[in-house]
Write a protein that binds this ligand. Sequence first.
Ligand code: R2B
Ligand code: URA
Length: 363
Amino acid sequence: MPFGQRAIVNAQSRTLAKLVRQMKEGCKKDEEAKESTLCGLNPCLKCLQPDILYHLGLNTETTDFPKVFGDVRFVCMGGTPGRMENFAYYVMQEIGLKINAATKLRNISEAGQRFSLFKVGPVLCASHGMGCPSISILLHELIKMMYHAKCKDPVFIRIGTSGGIGVEPGTVIISSEAIDGRLNPAHEILVHGASVQHASQLDESLADEIKMCHDPCKDSYEAVIGRTLCAHDFYEGQSRLDGAFCEYTPEMKKSYLETLQSQQVKNIEMESLAFAALTSRANIRGAVVCVAILNRLNGDQIKTSHDVLSKWEKRPQELVARYIRKVLYHNDDDDESEQPEDEAEAGAGGAGDTQKAPAEEAE
Ligand code: R2B
Ligand code: URA
């Protein structure tokens, strides 16, 4: 093997060995950053002893956050628990980690009974439910988790579905920014009855890096960067004609969607405003990567078969897994002189990653 290539393979093996060790043993004290790199957080957080992350079913008294979550570098979120569990297994395979055949990934947030949360080495995978209020609760608690765990520069990515505007169904849209129904790039919340607006820009360079993981020659779909409209409802908020109520005409709908298209809006979904606002307030690089499951210029109802939809839903996952693999194995200047293990197998570890499958436990 040529010298340059051998050096790359060795560096990749070292990174993999470190990930496997962290999965088995948790984060060591000397690996922990002194403080997290997040900015602008509530100054009272340090006084909360313990801090209870109620909807995640975790608290800082019973879980050693730096040890269990200190190695997290990517926080991926999507609508449903099932999709995020599948993504966790997929990303595990893509970054070369394994768990024993008798174990399965544990839903770390089972006790909270709201969101699902899986950890695969440096990747956290969470479900966020539908809409800004739901993802906003999850983000507050995940951001506090990053703070307590002293995570360094975690990247947050939402993967999901959306309605396309003038794009072929199946196209992946990486959001340049999130805008509201008035095309305003801000997430508005009411605090003490007064309107507060938070800018909803997304990280431009992260969007470009994810776009670069798409191969126009090999991938059978397109990936584009564009503006994303975030609605607070699936029906009237997205100008559908098929909701239980509809007080506008097909012409008014057509005109609104054409205005969106003329303003470079490529898709409509329901979480990007809160996602963009909360990540950027904390100085976290964030990206929203959604597949368009229909072209809203051609209709409202989703008539595509389940099989095709589940194939399309994997496209954002595929791009994001490629991105994670690239960051872990091609950009790392990790000079730790750890030797690779023969088998990158990570058994049920102390990091709370895995648990024995119930069927196996019964034996
Ligand atoms: C996309 O799909 C969901 C609505 O069907 C919503 O969560 C979103 O953003
Ligand atoms: N999700 C949305 O919010 N809108 C769509 O049209 C499709 C998926």
